[in-house]
Design a protein around this ligand. Structure first.
Ligand code: PXP
Length: 254
């Protein structure tokens, strides 16, 4: 059974909708650290945040505060830039996940193309590892990208599940599951951990974990934070964890 990493970017998105220019007065809400602590209490295995170059949701202070205060591992998603690398080493999350970043995108749109930049990415991994930070690469489930992740020295890959999550036909979904299965097996053979995420939901996660081997962590955000609005974070997390563990789970059943 894979572990659950909760992505709490959208807690910060809600806060920034009101408090983008906040300087003083009442503490901004919802509080990101409180959300991480509530998730920790509910049993998630790790917390994920994406510190974007445009700082549209998570802020530098959030990452610092989380790294100091939570007891479970912090996975920091970031672009592989010199500034972010230095920042990560100073803050010290347990893991960094290298992601592509495009200013105009609403959310991360595709995997990082490791082949386009092998020597530079290898140097970034070496630097982060020297700072005692494990590195994961967020990539499409392509065998060439898996091999490249191994070549840059990444400890883990995170398979981009967006195409699977957005597939509208059974045939398309099955094709993606087969592709992810092959990619996961190759990454495992090369000694890397296999994580996955993006667009995973209460309705599609079970099929994914039944078909894709060697999964270590699933990083899930939007579906859980959205459900938390109706049932609370504790229940939204518990429901997802139950789903990861059980075949009999029925979403929305009380
Ligand atoms: N993993 C990565 C690398 C991501 O960029 C995201 C989205 O921020 C997620 C996982 C979580 O995706 P979602 O919010 O769709 O569950």
């Amino acid at each position: 059974m894979p572990t659950l990493g909760l992505n709490i970017d959208h807690v910060a998105t809600l806060r920034q909708a009101r408090y983008r220019d906040w300087k003083q007065g009442l503490p901004p809400e919802p509080n990101v650290l409180d959300a991480a602590r509530a998730a920790e209490q509910a049993g998630v295995d790790s917390i994920t945040v994406h510190l974007r170059e445009d700082r549209r949701h998570i802020q530098d202070a959030d990452v610092r505060e989380l790294a100091n205060a939570i007891l479970i591992p912090l996975n920091l998603e970031m672009a592989a830039t010199p500034a972010m690398t230095a920042h990560a080493i100073e803050i010290g999350p347990e893991e960094v996940c290298l992601v592509p970043e495009n200013r105009e995108e609403v959310t991360t749109e595709g995997g990082l193309d490791l082949l386009a930049d092998l020597p530079r990415l290898k140097a970034v991994v070496r630097e982060l590892n020297a700072g005692k930070i494990d590195v994961s690469a967020f990539i499409d489930a392509d065998l060439e990208q898996i091999e490249a992740a191994h070549r840059i020295g990444a400890q883990s890959v995170e398979l981009h599940t967006g195409v699977y999550a957005n597939a509208t036909s059974l045939r398309a979904r099955q094709k993606e599951l087969a592709r992810h299965g092959r990619a996961a097996a190759r990454a495992h053979d090369l000694g890397m951990r296999v994580n996955a995420g993006h667009g995973l939901h209460y309705s599609n996660v079970r099929e994914y974990i039944e078909d894709v081997p060697h999964l270590y962590t699933l990083n899930i955000g939007h579906a859980i934070i959205s459900r938390a609005i109706f049932v609370g974070l504790d229940k939204a997390v518990t429901e997802m964890m139950t789903l990861l563990r059980s075949r009999e789970y029925v979403p929305n059943a009380d």
